[in-house]
Design a protein around this ligand. Structure first.
Ligand SMILES: Cc1cc2nc3c(=O)[nH]c(=O)nc-3n(C[C@H](O)[C@H](O)[C@H](O)COP(=O)(O)O)c2cc1C
Length: 183
């Protein structure tokens, strides 16, 4: 695909005239955002983001996931209240709850889908944050609130919206974590 670089926000225009972001740029520039401006997200964009989630890798291709997209303001504040470190869900435009059937690799599968969703949001110029689900005491309460059948368990909640500010947390350098051939 041939790209024509634009000078705004590292987006490109592809051959079909569509704005898009280079995959490596997308991966490297994603950050967890917890401050959102108000604004709705087009349903088609939310669908595309979840579409990227459901195309994630999964052990034995079991695809044990189900996704609930929440945009209703009252429901967003209910979700926010239930969590301990996700109060900012109340200000997000959308929250995607990722659930998985408890197959052997449910957590890895659901985490892969979650990461795809974070990156897809970034590629659409949106901000997001992963809020813990699995291992949290509120797993069942969230499932009940969202009417999710018992065989599914919560993996993550993903707040998505328009960034008010983007933090830049310190990251370990490549030399600190990469070992060639042997540790
Ligand atoms: C499994 C997992 C659970 C997380 N849970 C929360 C959470 O409950 N609340 C929150 O604000 N951030 C949560 N985060 C986001 C991390 O705090 C964030 O990824 C980390 O600080 C690094 O920042 P970055 O995402 O901008 O690179 C979680 C991330 C992961 C991978």
């Amino acid at each position: 695909m041939i790209y024509c670089r634009t000078d705004i926000h590292n987006f490109n225009i592809n051959l079909y005239g569509k704005m898009c972001m280079d995959a490596i740029e997308c991966l490297k520039s994603r950050r967890s955002v917890r401050n959102y401006k108000s604004g709705e997200i087009d349903k088609s964009i939310i669908e595309d983001i979840v579409d990227c989630g459901r195309l994630a890798s999964s052990a034995m291709n079991l695809q044990p996931w189900q996704f609930v997209a929440i945009t209703n303001r009252y429901m967003l504040s209910q979700l926010a209240n239930i969590t301990d470190h996700g109060k900012f869900i109340a200000d997000a435009s959308c929250c995607i709850a990722v659930f998985c059937e408890k197959v052997k690799y449910y957590l890895e599968d659901g985490s892969a889908a979650t990461q795809n969703i974070l990156l897809a949001a970034r590629a659409h110029g949106l901000a997001s944050c992963w809020i813990a689900g699995d291992k949290k005491p509120y797993v069942a309460e969230i499932a009940k609130l969202l009417g999710v059948p018992e065989k599914y368990t919560l993996i993550s909640l993903i707040a998505i919206g328009y960034a008010e500010s983007i933090p830049n947390p310190e990251k370990k350098s490549l030399n600190q974590v990469l070992h060639w051939e042997k540790f």
